[in-house]
Design a binder for this molecule. Structure first.
Ligand SMILES: Cc1ncc(COP(=O)(O)O)c(C=O)c1O
Length: 382
């Protein structure tokens, strides 16, 4: 890309120095000829990797059959994908509302919590990230100080410590409509909030009648090596939001509802033009189908433990997170390690924690790919 030419794109993203021409599996092919091993996965989106044949076939089939249709007209693919997603998560979360992005899913989850409880306050966790829209940004740690932009939060938010079960009762009370939590924080540094914390939140929400929302936009859809983090930790929320790997690159998100929440819905409580479009639903169905038929959850678990055992090397002093949402703790600033890896044609991510290098690879990653990472890390000074 000739950077001297004026761009017509809004200048709001810091960008890595790679112009991607095409992708194949876990590999990125740059326009300058470099072949880059991708541990960043399009920011947790490319769960199946690039150009997966089942994903391509589902897109093509559905595009030819019917690319779009409004929710006012019933369609079998929409119904089938919802059944497939509910069965994938289990846990009695068997009603799906389809939307388009992670923030939109969280926005709707919060709105339902206000409507159902008639209360006006939300508890979020410190270092959590939930999106850029008015409600999602309001519950995102640090947003107000850094980029929020709206004149005020639309409701009251209290941020509880992210891993202190003993503090939960003090934050969550009879005025709380919802608690929203990423069970494994992504931007927060591939940080496990932990089972005791999730259990304490579940118990307190039950006690005071608040709704528990798991934002699984980044950590869900197989990334922990279980269908969702709710399955991984054995804690069932009232709502789960899913996006990113759900579409493997086709924009789609979902709000999964417990029977009790779903039972209180009325017409017009939520709505969308593009959500539940047949392309999005065909893709979500194909993604779940592929995860199951190619045993990708088992692969995530196995290769994740291989990363944990083989990548404690060079500047890496510890590994945190779960499955394929991992944080390599670095002795040097993570950005410097990231740049050194990129020179060796390996792409990784960073996070809000300056000493965490974030790995969000595709679920098809194998041990030979990890060997390339550990070899590259071993050549970077501590
Ligand atoms: C945990 C989490 N929630 C919500 C979002 C927002 O998703 P979107 O960018 O699709 O609105 C993100 C995006 O990175 C995320 O990581």
């Amino acid at each position: 890309m000739d950077l001297t030419v004026q761009t017509h794109l809004a200048q709001v993203f810091a960008q890595y120095p790679i112009e991607v021409a095409h992708g194949e599996g876990v590999w990125l092919h740059a326009r300058d000829g470099r072949k880059i091993l991708d541990f960043y996965g399009g920011h947790a989106v490319a769960g199946l990797g690039y150009g997966h044949p089942r994903w391509l076939a589902a897109l093509e089939r559905q595009a030819r059959q019917m690319a779009f249709q409004t929710n006012a007209l019933p369609m079998a693919v929409r119904e089938r994908a919802a059944a497939r997603l509910s069965k994938f998560v289990g846990l009695g979360l068997d009603t799906v509302f389809w939307i388009n992005s992670g923030a939109e899913a969280n926005e709707n989850a919060l709105k339902l919590a206000f409507k159902i409880t008639g209360r006006g306050k939300v508890v979020a966790l410190q270092h959590g990230w939930h999106g850029r829209t008015a409600a999602a940004g309001a519950v995102t740690w640090g947003a107000i100080e850094k980029w929020y932009g709206f004149p005020r939060r639309p409701f009251d938010v209290n941020f509880a410590p992210r891993n202190d079960p003993s503090a939960v009762t003090q934050f969550v009370d009879g005025d709380t409509a919802a608690v929203i939590v990423e069970p494994v924080q992504g931007v927060g540094g591939a940080y496990e909030v932990g089972k005791p914390m999730l259990q304490a939140l579940r118990q307190r929400c039950n006690e005071v009648g608040a709704l528990l929302i798991f934002d699984e936009v980044q950590c869900g859809m197989g990334r922990t090596g279980a269908p969702f983090a709710a399955n991984f930790y054995g804690v069932t929320p009232d709502m789960i939001t899913a996006a990113k790997a759900l579409g493997n690159g086709f924009p789609v998100s979902a709000l999964l509802l417990s029977r009790s929440v779903a039972g209180q819905l009325k017409n017009d409580d939520m709505g969308t033009t593009f959500g539940g479009g047949p392309m999005a639903c065909a893709v979500a169905e194909a993604v779940i189908d592929t995860i199951e038929s190619e045993s990708l959850l088992a692969n995530v678990r196995e290769v994740s433990s291989y990363i944990r055992s083989s990548c404690l090397i060079g500047p890496v002093t510890a590994v945190q997170g779960a499955g394929f949402l991992l944080g390599l703790k670095t002795s040097r600033p993570a950005k410097a390690v990231q740049a050194a890896l990129l020179e060796k044609n390996i792409l990784t991510g960073t996070s809000a924690d300056p000493h965490i290098l974030r790995l969000l690879p595709a679920y098809i990653l194998n041990e030979s790919h990890v060997d390339r990472l550990s070899d590259a890390l071993s050549k970077i000074s501590a």
